[in-house]
Design a protein around this ligand. Structure first.
Ligand code: ADP
Ligand code: MG
Length: 700
């Protein structure tokens, strides 16, 4: 960084010790550079004059021209205010001041024309503007007013006390730019600027704060967003490159007997094309002497487990052990059962290891792992304990990626001298841009096709008033021998109320569906694990037809005969949660249904969520919409990730820029993997500066 940008903020004209203190505390602005990178969060368009008729309460601050036609001071003491009326050729509008009445009274003249600026608000159905800025209109001066886009900065109460409201920040930004502009150096190679039609960093920083026009602002934002995303990709792909040089991987030479026996004798169905494609990807990966790090995305039921199993067989055929780690005991058990039932007896030695494995069996497993007689281990976090040691671990499958911390994943792959190949599976599809950013250093495979013959789940949205219809439908389905889930929200912030709803719901259902004809399972977080288990088991065995539950069933349970998912208060669930819940049904041959129950009053976003669920079952489409609605930082599974602390770029709206940036980085590494060509010197320097922070634990 150039020296001047490193100057402590108190030395800036207009700042000083006191304000510097507040800037540090409130905005973490310590040095000139920090202020320079404190960008406006929006801009006020002062290039345009509105007509009074056009104003409404949804507009931001706007400017307009008008003649003051009346002015009076009303009220006493605390209710004292100045009310004025302003008129143009389309209408009149009320203006209100509660402060500085004397000054306003003196400067605002009835009969004169002003340029006014402020935010229209609606009070009791009447439109008005409080505390507008005003400036006498002078028709002799053509460019009257401030004909630019004005930056608006986030400020705080504390900052405002020190005159650092948005105007104040504008002032010190202007002071700063005046002295540092020449010192702003370029971070991107010249050829990249040319190729991507980007403006210089100097211009960009100037125009991000003080855009001369909308076009200038767009160009500044494009440039800075590109830079932001480009450097993230540069780091990610550099990691990937380094890792592939540093970490050798086991070569799986052959496709052997166990794989072939399974494929030709045991696999009860044809693989989908998507499954075949993923297997091919992984086959190629494991033929190279480089550790594989691959993310496998696919909706619930798309057949990821089968693919994982076949990869593990491949490892076993080549003399390695394999393991599969799941985030919960139930899931681990289910994987174990379905894998045992798929591979049958004798083909491979499989065991299950979880927190509740008794010490005796645990000991046996430990021994068999060490002497190599155990081929395949399935389990929970218990797998990463230090006591678990493999003879020759070659392939690791991690299910439900985001529930494990990065540290935990790293532990697993350190379990072998040559690190095992890693396949991370997630059933929570995430948008492509998010995957590129969060998992940009992994290879990604996608299963985007469901097995043939699967009937898409039919989804309807019913309002509270249509509840009888729902009961009728439930009776019909139960009469056909089907089972039904009813799920209630249980959210920490409103737990008491939620539990009341749940109780009332259980009561109503018990009345509508009385024993002995109907049996109901009830599962919620307040139950002891053993009770929960017993209730689940009754439903799994078909002894109960209805399972009323809170979201505990979100992960896990696979009951193919359950064909109806009813979600109560569906408006309160997020999209990805709704999608996950719906994924609990549609696992058998029967037509399955999802009923979303909601109140009559819905927010705009809730409406979009429910409409989306009714319209599509495609998890990727749903995740895109989820990101549009909530922003990338709130997508499930991404909260812990610092990668998403983007200043300007937005993964929901800047897809094109991200894809372009990534393509550029790929191209650069293709041509100059060590970045040693002179034109890439800036990039090499960037990586050298940031490499101190790279920790290999970050890589799964
Ligand atoms: P995921 O792990 O992606 O949720 P699974 O691998 O558990 O999906 O598969 C869901 C169900 O579909 C399982 O019962 C599995 O046996 C079955 N299945 C997987 N692949 C196919 C296929 N190609 N054709 C038919 N059924 C399949
Ligand atoms: Mg699965």
């Amino acid at each position: 960084m150039t020296a001047i940008l490193n100057t402590p903020i108190e030395y800036l004209k207009g700042v000083g010790v006191q304000r510097a203190d507040v800037l540090k505390k409130e905005l973490s602005i310590f040095r000139y550079a920090d202020l320079l990178h404190y960008y406006p969060f929006r801009y006020v368009d002062r290039t345009r004059f509105y007509k009074i008729k056009e104003l409404h309460a949804e507009l931001p601050s706007i400017q307009f021209l008008g003649r003051i036609i009346s002015k009076e001071i009303l009220g006493e003491k605390r209710t004292k205010r100045l009310i004025a009326h302003v008129k143009d050729d389309t209408g009149t509008l009320e203006l209100v001041w509660f402060q500085s009445l004397k000054w306003v009274d003196k400067n605002l003249q009835v009969g004169s024309v002003y340029i006014l600026f402020g935010k229209p608000t609606s009070f009791n159905g009447r439109l008005s503007i409080s505390h507008p800025e005003f400036e006498l209109y002078n028709p002799a001066v053509k460019n009257t007013g401030n004909l630019t886009l004005q930056p608006v900065y986030n400020s705080t109460e504390k900052l405002k006390q020190f005159s650092l409201d948005t105007k104040g920040i504008q002032r010190i930004q202007a002071n700063l730019l005046e002295i540092v502009l020449l010192a702003i150096s370029e971070t991107l190679p010249e050829y990249l600027l040319r190729k991507n039609q980007l403006i210089s960093r100097k211009q960009a920083l100037q125009h991000i704060h003080f855009p001369a026009s909308q076009e200038a602002l767009d160009a500044a934002q494009d440039r800075l967003k590109f830079e932001e995303l480009f450097f993230i990709q540069l780091k990610l792909l550099k990691n990937k490159l380094v890792r592939s040089e540093k970490f050798k991987g086991a070569i799986f030479e052959k496709v052997g007997d166990k794989f072939n026996a399974f494929y030709s004798e045991k696999l009860p169905f044809d693989l989908t094309n998507a499954q075949k494609r993923v297997l091919k990807d992984i086959r190629l990966d494991t033929q190279r002497p480089v550790q594989m790090n691959r993310l496998l995305q696919g909706d619930v039921g798309s057949g990821k487990t089968v693919v994982a199993l076949m990869c593990m067989l491949l490892a076993i055929d080549n003399g390695f052990q394999a393991c599969l780690m799941a985030p919960t005991e139930i899931l681990a058990q289910q994987h174990f059962q379905s894998i045992v039932s798929l591979v049958g007896d004798g083909l491979v030695q499989v065991s299950l290891l979880t927190g509740s494995t008794p010490p005796k069996s645990r000991k046996v497993i430990h021994e068999q792992l060490r002497d190599g007689s155990l081929d395949l281990l399935i389990g929970t976090h218990a797998l990463i304990e230090d006591t678990v040691q493999f003879k020759n671990l070659g392939f690791v499958v991690i299910d439900e990626q985001h529930r494990f911390g990065v540290e935990q994943r790293a532990k697993l792959w350190r379990k072998n001298v040559v690190p095992p190949h890693i396949l991370v599976m997630t059933a929570t599809p995430i948008p492509r841009t998010l995957a590129m950013t969060l998992y940009g250093d992994l290879d990604v495979s996608v299963i985007d096709e469901l097995p043939v013959g699967r009937k898409p789940i039919k989804t309807v949205h019913l309002y509270e008033t249509q509840r009888l219809k729902m009961f009728g439908f439930m009776r019909d389905e139960i009469a056909k021998g089907r089972q039904i889930y009813i799920v209630y929200p249980l959210i920490k912030e409103s737990e008491k109320l939620d539990l009341l709803h749940l109780e009332a719901g259980i009561e109503a259902i018990s009345q509508e569906f009385p024993p002995p004809k109907y049996q109901i399972s009830i599962v919620h977080g307040r139950l002891k694990p053993a009770e929960k288990d017993a209730e689940m088991k009754r439903f799994v065995k078909g002894q109960t037809q209805i399972m009323v539950a809170t979201t505990v069933i979100e992960v896990g349970v696979n009951v193919p005969n359950a064909s109806v998912m009813i979600i109560e208060n569906a408006e309160r669930f997020g999209l990805s949660q709704l999608h996950q819940l719906r994924g609990r049904v549609g696992r058998g041959a029967e037509q399955s249904y999802c009923i979303l129950m909601s109140g009559n009053k819905l927010s705009r976003e809730a409406k979009i969520r429910l409409e989306t669920m009714v319209r599509t079952t495609d998890g990727f489409e749903i995740s895109e919409i989820d990101m549009q609605l909530r922003g990338p930082g709130n997508i499930e599974g991404t909260q812990q990730s610092g990668t998403l602390d983007l200043k300007l770029a937005n993964l929901a709206t800047d897809q094109k820029i991200l894809i372009k940036a990534r393509e550029q980085v790929i191209e650069i590494f293709d041509q100059d993997p060590t970045l040693s060509s002179p034109e890439n010197i800036l990039l090499r320097q960037f990586l050298e500066r940031s490499s101190e922070g790279i920790s290999w634990n970050k890589i799964s």
